[in-house]
Design a protein. Structure first.
Length: 151
C-alpha cells in the first residue's frame, strides 16, 4: 500500500496539469528504508511528448546524487498519461528500474478530474496497490475514516 500525504498528491496532479498535453514526470524521495514519501522533485520530461516521458539526463544525475547524499530513497516515481487511463504502458514497464518504488500514474485525460493509481513493477510484473491519502503521516494506518481521504 502507498500511504502519501495530500499535499504531495496535489503537487503531482498540479505538475501533470501544468505540463499537459505533454507527460509530466518526477520523483518523491524519502528517508532511506522508511517507504515514506517526503520530498517532491518535479523533473523535466526531456522527450516533451504526450505519449512518452524521459528524465533529462543531467537533471537525473543531479537528483540521484542529491538523494544518495541525503540518505534517501526513490519512494515514488510518477508520471502522467494525457489521453489514456492511469495504467503503465509497455514502455513504462520496460523502463521500471526501482523494484522498491511505488510507480504512480496520474491521468489528465479528463479536464475536470484526475485519475491517480499506484503500482509496484518488479521484473516486468505489474501489481496495482491501494493508495491511502492522508493529511499527516502520524495518522496513517489508524483505520479512522476522518484521517483518510481517498482520491
Amino acid at each position: 500500500m502507498l500511504v502519501i500525504r495530500r499535499d504531495l498528491v496535489d503537487a503531482m496532479v498540479a505538475h501533470a496539469r501544468r505540463d499537459h498535453p505533454d507527460e509530466a514526470c518526477g520523483v518523491i524521495a524519502g528517508p532511506e528504508g522508511a517507504d515514506q514519501p517526503e520530498r517532491f522533485i518535479p523533473m523535466i520530461n526531456a522527450a516533451r511528448s504526450p505519449t512518452f516521458y524521459e528524465f533529462e539526463s543531467g537533471e537525473y544525475f543531479r537528483v540521484n546524487r542529491d538523494i544518495q547524499a541525503a540518505d534517501e530513497d526513490y519512494i515514488v516515481i510518477y508520471h502522467s498519461h494525457t489521453a489514456t487511463e492511469a495504467y503503465p504502458s509497455r514502455t513504462d514497464i520496460s523502463y521500471a528500474q526501482w523494484p522498491d518504488a511505488h510507480y504512480v500514474l496520474v491521468s489528465t485525460r479528463d479536464p475536470e478530474q484526475h485519475e491517480l493509481r499506484s503500482y509496484r513493477i518488479v521484473d516486468g510484473v505489474v501489481t496495482e496497490e491501494p493508495v491511502e491519502v492522508v493529511g499527516s503521516y502520524m495518522f496513517a494506518h489508524t483505520g479512522r475514516d476522518d484521517t483518510v481521504d481517498r482520491p
